[in-house]
Design a protein around this ligand. Structure first.
Ligand code: GLA
Length: 683
């Protein structure tokens, strides 16, 4: 039987499949770009004689590995019909070219009565391969599905370690590097939303410096696994995590998985991050069609918590406007009866005691000062102590006979119910119609537990996406921030409905350094909410100088989260300068590439921009133990260029690119916690 090749190229990547009529396409290559016209020298099975004690029919890694028919690795599908039809292997394969960069593989399993369509797009702009899978039950009985991978990716034998991220509230993006071995690697999230403790993606490093990355565009449960294969390669599976009974397909029904964004770079992890940033940027739907400069925020949370007083908030707005702040976000505490976190979620109208004339006086005061007005909501939640719960206890996710499990005193609404979405749309739309609200901070402050008599984690995510899309269609000028107890819902799925992530409730600037560096591995800096907090930091009690706090927040989407009325004169002036500096530099921080590096001695750097014009952001997180400061080696620069290196203070000088690459930029002494910014331009 003859093989043909299915090939996708982007400027930096190539994917090649061996396509045969009676099986799923075999993975032959995914890696750095191969020249046009290069194809495997022979069909795979011609190159590998039958090993001892093995099946006569060799089943190599395919795009859709099956079960029971000779594939002994992890399958892409686990499904059955009342215990039958549990073996899976494609019996027919055809390919459709949907566009120059997009293929659709149509697989039929004529024995198990399944149709599987896998769409693969290798985007020439981003170098990101986007994969998703559609499964159709073509049989006559219900198909129970317990696992359906979004994508099965090959990793080369040189892959030696995987960097993934764990964490918790106040400590997001804790990097975990695991050595890949012949034992399996697996990360799983069962918290019902993206989660703090298992970001849905990872980066894989190879001995030759090549790096691979993948992330699942999904805001719910997920699984990813990497397993060693008999030919030395590894398979990387990513997909949604399904609870028992959660996915049952009736005859004729289909399900399409969330997408996986995957990429490979010969430039290592920075190359992977840059490709992700390009891809994520194309997924954001900005009001007006293009990103506007990311406005400086004032968020009321840590300055005021639930203690809302109209006059004090107006004074805060005055002080914020004086500092150059551009958007005032009224956080939790504004709605009916919300004096602490024990009540009122669900009752989305202004508290009549705190706001006797509603929010209009404050909102108009804010807009009158030239700032935008933003509002915090947590639509998917309800407190048992709320009007909404008293009217509709059945709207909260529950399992009959089991106790309700609260977290932060709240329950989760069943977003799969149209009446819930209609209620929430109505309540939020009323606010958006009546008030000059340009921005919603959309929170989700607990994990899901027993999500419905029939498990409905998946329906929960889809219901939320639907509500967000409905609101966005009705109010296209309103931006949305995705928040979940800080960074519990940061993923490429919700990016289609949002414009900013609240990266972490921890605003301690030292803690923020590693959190933000982890974030930037997957997401671009303009989406990274980063605020200047109070001193001492509320989350840690540590004290940090204003210039350090503002320096750490600078490259992201900058904001202020403290009662600026209380600042002493020196801090107020420094903060005003920091805001002006952010406005000067945000255009450059928020476009182009990001590179990250470490110089040793607690000195870390990141650079934003292009190869010939970039901003270098250098952070020291602890006092030195060296007599002389380390030099920063900047491997991404162009060795053929000479660079003008301009510190914010002091003399600019010209240094050869090759010197900066090999020997490095000498640094001045820095305080124990400090940030320096340089501009580097090729002359
Ligand atoms: C979460 C968010 C905070 C704040 C509070 C309000 O913790 O991450 O920024 O909005 O909720 O309750």
């Amino acid at each position: 039987m003859s093989s043909t090749w299915a090939i996708l190229h982007s400027p930096a990547c190539t994917a090649i499949w061996e396509v045969r009529v009676h099986e799923a396409p075999l993975w032959r290559y995914w890696g750095p770009r191969l020249p046009d016209g290069v194809v495997p020298p022979a069909p795979l099975r011609h190159e590998r004689p039958e090993p001892s004690f093995s099946l006569h029919h060799d089943v190599p890694l395919s795009l859709f590995p099956g079960v029971g028919m000779g594939w002994f690795g992890a399958p892409a599908l686990a499904a059955h019909r009342a215990g039958l039809d549990w073996t899976h292997a494609a019996t027919r394969c055809s390919i459709e070219t949907l566009a120059q960069d997009t293929l659709r593989f149509e697989l039929i399993d004529a024995v198990a009565d399944l149709a599987i369509a896998i769409t693969a797009r290798l985007d020439p702009e981003s170098d990101v391969l986007t994969l998703s899978t559609t499964l159709t039950n073509t049989g006559k009985a219900v198909l129970d599905v317990s696992w359906l991978a979004s994508a099965c990716l090959p990793l080369p034998p040189e892959a030696h370690s995987v960097l993934s991220y764990t964490g918790r509230h106040n400590s997001e993006f804790v990097g975990v590097e695991d050595t890949l071995s012949r034992s399996g690697w697996r990360r799983e999230n069962r918290r019902g939303l993206t989660s703090h403790d298992s970001f849905p993606g990872a980066l894989v490093q190879c001995a030759d410096g090549t790096a691979y990355g993948a992330q699942l565009a999904w805001s719910g449960n997920h699984i990813q696994s990497i397993d060693w294969l008999d030919d030395g390669r590894r398979q990387w599976l990513l997909g949604e995590g399904l609870a028992p009974g959660e996915l049952r397909l009736n005859p004729g029904d289909s399900i399409t998985t969330p997408e996986v964004l995957a990429t490979v770079s010969a430039q290592g992890m920075d190359g992977v991050s840059q490709a992700f940033h390009r891809a994520i940027r194309t997924r954001i739907l900005w009001p007006g069609g293009a990103m506007s400069p990311r406005k400086v925020h004032l968020n009321t949370w840590e300055g005021f918590y639930f203690d809302h007083d109209l006059d004090a908030l107006k004074e805060l707005a005055d002080a914020a406007a004086d500092l150059g702040i551009e958007r005032f976000v009224l956080d939790d505490g504004w709605f009916a009866g919300r004096d602490d976190d024990t009540s009122s979620l669900g009752d989305w109208w202004p508290d009549p005691v705190k706001y006797p004339q509603g929010l209009a006086p404050l909102a108009h005061h804010v807009t009158g000062l030239g700032m935008e007005f933003g509002l915090w909501v947590e639509p998917e939640m309800v407190n048992p102590d709320s009007g909404l719960y008293r009217a509709h206890p059945e709207w909260a996710l529950h399992v009959d006979g089991r106790p309700l499990l609260t977290a932060r005193n709240q329950l989760v609404l069943d977003m799969s119910l149209p009446q819930v979405r209609t209620y929430l749309f109505g309540a939020i739309a009323l606010l958006l119609r009546e008030l000059p609200i340009a921005y919603l901070k959309w929170d989700h402050n607990r994990d899901l537990t027993h999500a419905g008599n029939r498990a409905s984690y998946r329906a929960q995510v889809l219901g939320t996406y639907e509500l967000m899309a409905w609101l966005r269609a009705a109010f296209p000028a309103v931006e949305i921030e995705s928040c979940a107890g800080g960074g519990g819902r940061i993923d490429a799925g919700i990016v289609a409905q949002s414009h900013r992530f609240w990266t972490s409730d921890c605003i301690d600037a030292v803690s923020r350094v590693s959190i933000q560096r982890g974030f930037l591995r997957f997401m671009p800096p303009e989406l990274m909410g980063s605020h200047v907090g109070a001193c001492p930091a509320h989350s840690t009690g540590r004290m940090q100088a204003m210039d350090f706090r503002s320096g750490v927040a600078l490259p992201g989407h900058f904001g202020v989260e403290l009662d600026v009325r209380q600042l002493d004169q020196a801090d107020r002036e420094e903060l005003a300068e920091a805001i002006a500096r952010y406005k000067r530099l945000r255009g450059q921080f928020h476009q182009g590439h990001v590179w990250q590096g470490e110089a040793g001695d607690h000195v870390l750097w990141q650079a934003h921009g292009g190869w010939h014009d970039l901003l270098l952001h250098v952070t020291r997180t602890a006092p030195t133990s060296w007599r002389h400061a380390p030099h920063l080696r900047l491997p991404m620069l162009d060795p053929a260029q000479t660079y003008r290196v301009e510190p914010e203070q002091g003399e600019a000088r010209e240094i050869a690119g090759s010197w900066l690459i090999r020997s490095g930029l000498p640094l001045p002494p820095m305080k124990g916690e400090a940030v320096l910014i340089y501009r580097l331009t090729a002359v």
